[in-house]
Design a protein around this ligand. Structure first.
Ligand SMILES: NC(=O)c1ccc[n+]([C@@H]2O[C@H](COP(=O)([O-])OP(=O)(O)OC[C@H]3O[C@@H](n4cnc5c(N)ncnc54)[C@H](OP(=O)(O)O)[C@@H]3O)[C@@H](O)[C@H]2O)c1
Length: 265
């Protein structure tokens, strides 16, 4: 299904993006790997080659998703290398660990720039190409935090709710043009997300939290996401903790979930 398709993954230098890159490498895709850390992108590129992907199927494209002005040039580089863009996976992201009362407005701005506006800007840069192709697939890594608000993450939950709304609305606009949109809703996944989470003053937490350390294995997570892509599921929920049960509990018994999340910290 993905053989020789051009798949562009942001946040590919680590965690879920890296694990997805390895899945697409095994599937024989043409891969564009983006994030800010070039050395880490090279490391992931080498791992993809180790999976049997030819070097001419791989492009590392350093990109900070908050640098909106660099996106047209980035799109041109992908088109120059591979001629088309079949899939964009907006996966780059940062989390937060601070109470609202202690969180500087600059932290909220940063969370929204990385987790929301960066995803929108790159999607807008790629959308005209997909419209011209009459075909394409755009995915966004939202979160269970995009469905349920929890303490210590007011800005993260707001940003993940925001992208959920944006990409649901985009799906409604693009379906008639042959462009699919997939929202991904991970629960706790064992990655570096909490290490790079921002605190109220903007500094990094710098630590793996217990819930992330005990989260789902990231390669297993990527397998589940790939299965969802294959099946054409519009919304992929992936995780194995109690937070996944909270997804459907929230729909049926919202007051119960509001109470639980208020009691649990
Ligand atoms: N792990 C979880 O429990 C969990 C749960 C739900 C949702 N998610 C979401 O999954 C996505 C991937 O996170 P992860 O868990 O894999 O964490 P991760 O290992 O920390 O990966 C985050 C990725 O985002 C990239 N990134 C951060 N800021 C960026 C920027 N300004 N421009 C470009 N790339 C940037 C990082 O690369 P550089 O530092 O090299 O730029 C890194 O590749 C995020 O959107 C996260 O919110 C994670």
């Amino acid at each position: 299904m993905f053989k020789d398709k051009t798949v562009w993954i942001t946040g590919a230098s680590s965690g879920i993006g890296e694990a997805l890159a390895l899945q697409f490498a095994s599937a024989g895709a043409r891969l564009v790997l983006s994030a800010r850390r070039e050395a880490e992108l090279q490391r992931v590129r080498d791992l993809c080659i180790g999976r049997g992907l030819p070097a001419d199927h791989l492009m590392t494209l350093p990109l900070d998703v908050t640098h909106f002005e660099s996106m047209p040039e980035a799109v041109n580089r992908v088109l120059g290398a591979f001629g088309r863009i079949d899939m964009l996976i907006n996966n780059a992201g940062i989390s937060q660990r601070s109470l609202c009362i202690d969180t500087d407005m600059s932290v909220y701005r940063k969370l929204f720039e990385v987790d929301v506006l960066g995803q929108i800007a790159l999607t807008k840069a790629v959308l005209p190409i997909m419209l011209e192709q009459g075909d394409g697939h755009i995915a966004i890594t939202s979160s269970v935090a995009g469905k349920i608000g929890v303490a210590w993450r007011t800005g993260y939950c707001a940003s993940k709710h925001a992208v959920m709304g944006f990409f649901d609305a985009l799906r409604a606009e693009t379906a008639r043009h042959g462009i699919r949109v997939t929202t991904i809703t991970p629960g706790y996944i064992n990655t570096n997300i909490s290490v790079h989470a921002v605190k109220g003053d903007g500094s990094e937490l710098g630590a793996m939290t217990d819930e992330i350390a005990g989260g789902m294995d990231v390669n297993r997570c990527a397998e589940v996401i790939m299965k969802g892509f294959h099946r054409g599921v519009p919304e992929i929920a992936v995780g194995e903790g109690l937070e996944m049960k909270a997804l459907w509990l929230k729909r049926l018994f919202p007051r119960l979930v509001f109470k639980k999340v208020a009691d649990m910290w």
